[in-house]
Write a protein that binds this ligand. Structure first.
Ligand code: SF4
Ligand code: SF4
Length: 354
């Protein structure tokens, strides 16, 4: 496993240009350079030189990050920012008592037993006999709250698809974000054993799971088979008919690599008008652990997201990440708001699928 010192040369490649400030949702609200990549790299360089200690203050600044990855995509030096943050967090949690508690809760047995509670509400629809074999990677939120899973199964009943299910571990992204790299590796290796070749596609209905499992291996043949369910639906010759006209808008989750499916998918939906929201691809501000550690800041970010979505006048807000749904709901807290749905739930609401 890499150490922070192994990444010193990568950190030194930061030219301090400050371009990351332009895209960082946390910097845009706080204006604090320590909250954005440039400032974090200056602190980590100090740690590597021995001028600073990797203490609680630096950990607090590392936690001021939604892990949206925008700075990585935008950085002119092409620095692998996310890897540096994850390794630095790993070194922080290995030193602290709170890190031990996080690791205990994230242990496979405790974490997965907690998620099993949601399986009481799952609809068991059997989807066999299809000519396209798809393996469903069910994310943790679906295990706990299977609304999107139930919708996905309802939609797929209309297609020539055989849905295969396996008892996967979490994709691992929450472990990686909290610096628990050992637990991420455990989940990855467990899941990779189940991701054998007996399927045409692996589908997910969660942008974070899709991105994480695709990055398990740098192998084009493997990664091309990991798709989201909407890419699969776009390939089907079916239309979704809504009796009542509806206006919809869309929030693009940070981990959704491409939303190229959205336009062709909405073209298949009859009686639907799409209205793009301002900053539709900016982080919702929830980001799991970020919201727990920075509740006030998370609330401000989610409120701004909710305002932008609300201004479209849409009847329904669509997204493809269960955590973003929680974030957008948080942004509307105490206010009347449109329906906020995973696209699976929206498609399952159609009056006819023909
Ligand atoms: S954009 Fe990249 S090179 Fe520029 S300051 Fe940020 S991390 Fe450094
Ligand atoms: S990952 Fe997102 S929130 Fe974190 S520093 Fe980069 S741009 Fe800011």
């Amino acid at each position: 496993m890499k150490k922070l010192s192994d990444l010193e040369a990568e950190i030194k490649r930061c030219s301090k240009c400050g371009k990351c400030q332009e895209v960082c949702p946390v910097y845009k609200i706080t204006g604090n350079d320590c909250a954005v990549t440039r400032g974090k790299f200056i602190m980590l360089s100090g740690v590597l030189k021995g001028d600073l200690k990797l203490n609680k203050t630096i950990e607090k600044y590392l936690d001021l990050c939604t892990k949206c990855g925008k700075c990585k995509d935008f950085c002119p030096s092409g620095i692998n920012v996310c890897e540096i943050f994850n390794i630095a967090k790993h070194e922080c949690i290995n030193k602290s008592f709170s890190g031990k508690i996080i690791k205990l809760f994230q242990s496979r047995k405790i974490f997965n037993n907690f998620l099993k509670m949601g399986q009481l509400f799952k609809h068991n629809k059997n989807l066999t006999n299809g000519s396209t074999k798809v393996l469903y990677f069910k994310g943790c939120v679906n295990k706990l709250y299977p609304k999107s899973e139930n919708a996905l199964k309802k939609i797929l009943l209309n297609f020539d698809v055989e849905l295969l299910e396996k008892d996967f571990d979490c994709c691992g992204i929450p472990f990686l974000s909290s610096g628990n790299i050992e637990r991420y590796e455990e989940a990855k290796n467990f899941n990779l054993k189940l991701l054998d070749d007996n399927y045409d596609y692996v589908i997910t209905d969660c942008a974070s799971c899709e991105n994480t499992i695709r990055n398990y291996k740098a192998n084009a043949e493997y990664s091309q088979k990991i798709i989201n369910v909407f890419d699969l639906i776009v390939l089907q010759d079916k239309k979704f008919v809504y009796n009542k006209p509806l206006k919809v808008t869309f929030h693009k989750p940070c981990h959704l690599e491409s939303d190229a499916f959205l336009k062709p998918l909405l073209e298949k939906c009859k009686n639907i008008e799409y209205i793009e929201s301002k900053d539709y691809d900016e982080c919702c501000g929830f980001a799991g652990e970020f919201a727990l550690k920075n509740p006030k800041l998370s609330f401000r970010l989610t409120q701004r997201k909710a305002e932008n979505l609300s201004k479209t006048g849409a009847d329904v807000i669509l997204t493809t990440c269960p955590a973003c749904i929680i974030g957008i709901r948080q942004g509307f807290l105490g206010k009347k708001h449109p329906k906020i749905l995973n696209i699976t739930e929206f498609l399952a609401m159609a009056d006819q699928i023909i």
